[in-house]
Structures are given as structure tokens and as C-alpha cells.
Write a new protein. Sequence first.
Length: 372
Amino acid sequence: MSAKSTIKAAVNSHTEWDPLEEVVVGTLANGVFPTWQDSMAETMPTGSRRIFQKSGGKPLPKDHLRRAEEELECFAETLRSEGVKVVRPDPLDHQTPFSTPAWKSAGGLYAAMPRDLLMVVGDTIIESPMSWRCRYHEVDAYRSLIKAYFLQGARWCPAPKPQLTDRLWSSNGESNSEWAITEFEPVFDAADFMRFGQDIVVQRSHVTNAFGIEWLRRAVSPEVTVTEIDVNDPHAMHIDATIAPLAPRKMLVHPERFKMNPLFAEWDIIEAPRPMLPTHWPMYFCSPWVSMNVLSLNPETVVVESHEKPLIEALTKNGFRCVPVDFQHVYSFGGSFHCTTLDVVRSGGSGKYLWSPPAPRKPKRSTTALAG
């Protein structure tokens, strides 16, 4: 073995389930309500429009935010106790207004969900061109980490910075579109993609357009296939509350949103039980089905919200060891364990896990000489 082959890669992650060695965990510190834009209406809970329009750029509820930050700290410590190296983003002042020549935002959002902003494909960190204006500078909290990984040998691939003008919104562009965004420019959230080794699966959504998917398809290695799948979710935003691959050929799915696809013909499908979140619980950004947004530490171990007893029972029955962590206060702000992490290093390589039809057989070339 050559000396070069023994050097450990600074960034290496091909799947959602290989043994986790290093991970980024986000932070809600200094988080503010997002500045409203009409494309949010397709994905947010009903009451969010009024709250965001009234409170955009203002701090998130102090006591609830404090409890959520405590849960994130406990989550990070749990990961360390499982032998995982944890790194955190830099503090950022999300309350500062900003603008471009085309629009203004009363503030940012938070740095809680690195899965939305960034994607690791092999040894490459990809930056998302996000469609929410308030998230335009959110990646700045992760900039020093990205630079550090790059200086250690990782590849760094930022998508084109979007303009986010009104031409991106369906109300000003494609009037009959089923999506809140048009094809004016490539945009996507990384959380709409799921990695299966040599395959990446993606859904179209109200934050991810076909232009963005095609950009990602051309940006990754030719050895990686990017396939769009259909889901039954009119409010689609982030695929990791619809499917969650936990191990080779074992996948947790939303019982209503998931549509069976030939890609998963050889997979064991586990339907997620209904979430246990109390009906009075404040949910500003998403539905209680964020309960199935779990994180695989390895093919046998999954981090699960501690109150989700039916989910823990279902996963245990299917052979998984569950690590329970309180996370309901984090739920309120739009994500759970998968959303709040970016798996930087997972031991393992790029394998083939999804079914694909055999390549058509080429006709044999005739060796018979043609008559003159």
C-alpha cells in the first residue's frame, strides 16, 4: 500500500448510513423569524404567514429558543459519547438587515440546519443556491469550516449565487406552475437530495427546481447518477421527512408521501408511525412529521427523538439500536437530527445500492464477409 493511500480524507461521505466519524451540528443562537416571501405560503403551517409578516427579522421566542439550544448541546454531547467528532459553526448576527439591488430582507434566519445549505458528495462540499432571500448569507456561519476542510484537501463547489428577483416566483412567472418557484435560475436546498453511494435521489419542491437539479447533476462526478423521484406531497420542501435510508436496503418512509419506485425494488420499506408531538406544540416551519427526520450513526444505530415511542419500537423491531434524545423544542424551528447535521466523514466508499435496469445488449457484429 502506498503512503498516499493511508492518508485519511478530510471529507468523505457517500451515503446516509455508513459509520459516522465527523459531523457538523448547527446552532439556533441569535435566530430570528424569516422575512416573509410569497413562495413560503406553499410549505409553511397556516399561522406562519401572519407571524413571519409581523416578526420578520425579530428574535425567535427566547425561552423556547433557549430550550432548543440546550437540546442541540445535549445532542452534540450524545454524538461525542458515541465516538463521533462534532464541530460547530461560527456565531452570526442574523438580526442584521441586508439587501441586493433588487430586494431587501429585514434579517437572516439562523445557522441551525446545515443540511439545507450544504451537501457532501464523496470528498466534495457543495453549497446550495437557496431560494429564500432571508437565507442568502446563512452559509457565512459555516465559511471558516468549509475553508478549513478545503485546506485539508476537500473539494469545494459552490453553486451559482442566485439573483432571487421576482422572476423566480410563480406569481410573476409561470402562472400555472404547481411549484412556488419558476425555472428562472437554478435553485435548490441540499435537503431535497438523499445520497445512496453511486446514486443521489432528489425531489422537485417549492425550493428546488429542475434547473437546480440539472446543475447538481452536471456538477457531481460522472460516476454518480442523480435521479428525480415523485412523492405525494403538495407542500414538498426537503425529502428527509419523506424518506430516510437507514442502512443498505432498509429505509424509513412517510406512509402517505412516499410513492414506491423501482429504484427501491430490493429494499425493506419501514412505514413511520404517526408522530407523538402534542397538538398544542408550536410549529413555525413544518409539520410534526419531522419526527422521522432521524440520523443514522451506522447501519445498526439511529438517533431518534425520545418521545417518539412508536417509532423507537418500530425501528427496534427491525433490528436497529435507537439512541433517544430530547428534541421537541428544536422541532418548532423546522428540523430534527438529519436537518441539524452535516455528515462530513463516514467510513466507507461509494457502492451501488439502488436497482437499475440492465443495460441493453449490443447486437453482435457479424463476422460474415459482405458479398462484393
